[in-house]
Design a protein around this ligand. Structure first.
Ligand code: SF4
Length: 349
């Protein structure tokens, strides 16, 4: 347990948590919506500081980050809790856990494990990193000193203050949309009152130079409207730039949505064409191993320049400096390719 960052105390004993856009006003002795931040005697505490419930070494493409230090390995970790209530969550066992479970690990322990397993970075993922903000902040600072990069996999419901606080240490973020960002979908299936803060968070990340990749989960029948997807792709193109990586992820039945089938491949291919049609240069389909739209095509000449299978790079046809080997076009990738990208599940739950 550790006193939280970014909160205010009110004269009536309540505290306002300012790390995520719910900005819960938490009465004395109560917890916030995420269930892991508690008002004790008028102060806000993180109940999950140092309580790591999941940890694994992952290839960076699993985050997914396709245009950021390709081939690298990241130490991935989570605590229990979430500020969303998605009824299709595939990590619901930890995100919706009500007990504070996990192994005691300090930020220094986490950085030491990352170095021991030859990771290039650390990823705060599996559940929403905002709700274990203090652990991410302290770990990210130490990691930076050791020349490790830090990445978030986030639903984007962070406040501007939280982003500005972590920005000096946060190198990249995967920001996950569901259902094309449709506000009614967010209210009904995720208990999220407004999607507006996500767009504000994205603009703030861009302002601070954080590498951002977008994902959108196409939830069959309920969240697969192509017009919603078109609007999202348009916004990304206009506000984050045409080189922003845009992943369209296949839904699979999970948690309380077991009766909904996986997204048809045909719908995903249509969505791919819509996103490309809005001007985005790098659109990918995810959770479809072996599909040609996992690969990277040069925006300059159309040649296939990176061949992928699931989380692996099968062939890399870029020249140093990330230039297309056919036409010399500069591909928007941060860092040089390093073959590798190992995985190792610790299974700490
Ligand atoms: S992080 Fe938790 S306590 Fe804080 S505002 Fe969000 S849901 Fe509420």
């Amino acid at each position: 347990m550790k006193e939280a960052m970014l909160y205010e105390s009110l004269s009536d004993g309540r505290v306002i948590c300012n790390v995520c856009s719910r900005r819960c006003a938490i009465p004395l002795g109560s917890i916030g919506f995420c269930r892991v931040r508690k008002n004790i005697d008028g102060k806000l505490y993180s109940l999950v500081y140092g309580k790591v419930c999941s940890m694994a070494v992952d290839p960076i493409m699993k985050k997914p980050l396709y245009h950021f230090y390709p081939g690298s390995s990241v130490l991935s970790l989570a605590t229990v809790g979430c500020n969303f209530r998605c009824i299709f969550c595939d990590n619901w066992v930890i995100s919706q856990e009500r007990d504070i479970t996990g192994r005691e690990l300090t930020p220094q322990n986490i950085v030491d494990i990352a170095l021991e397993y030859a990771c290039e970075g650390i990823s705060y993922t599996y559940t929403e990193p905002t709700i274990f903000f203090e652990l991410t902040y302290d770990t990210a600072k130490l990691a930076k000193d050791k020349k490790l990069f830090n990445t978030y996999v986030t639903n984007g419901y962070m406040t501007v203050e939280a982003i500005e606080c972590i920005a000096p240490y946060l190198d990249a973020a995967t920001v996950d949309f569901k259902g094309g960002g449709n506000p009614e979908f967010y209210k009904k299936y995720m208990l999220v009152p407004s999607v507006d803060p996500i767009y504000e968070a994205l603009e703030t990340m861009k302002k601070h130079g954080i590498h951002v990749e977008i994902t959108n989960l196409m939830v069959t029948k309920y969240g697969d409207n192509l017009e919603d997807l078109r609007k999202l792709a348009r916004w990304v193109c206009d506000n984050l730039g045409e080189d922003t990586v845009f992943h369209i992820l296949r839904f699979h039945p999970d948690y309380q949505m077991l009766d909904v089938p996986s997204t048809p491949i045909k719908s995903m291919e249509e969505a791919y064409k819509v996103a490309r049609g809005e001007g985005l240069n790098y659109v990918y389909l995810g959770n479809v191993p072996g599909h040609p739209y996992e690969d990277t095509y040069c925006p300059g000449c159309g040649s296939k320049i990176i061949d992928r299978f699931s989380f692996d790079i099968v062939s890399w046809r870029l020249k140093p400096g990330n230039l297309c080997s056919e036409c010399g076009y500069k591909i928007a990738i941060v860092g040089e390719y390093k073959p590798g990208g190992s995985s190792y599940p610790f299974g700490l739950v």
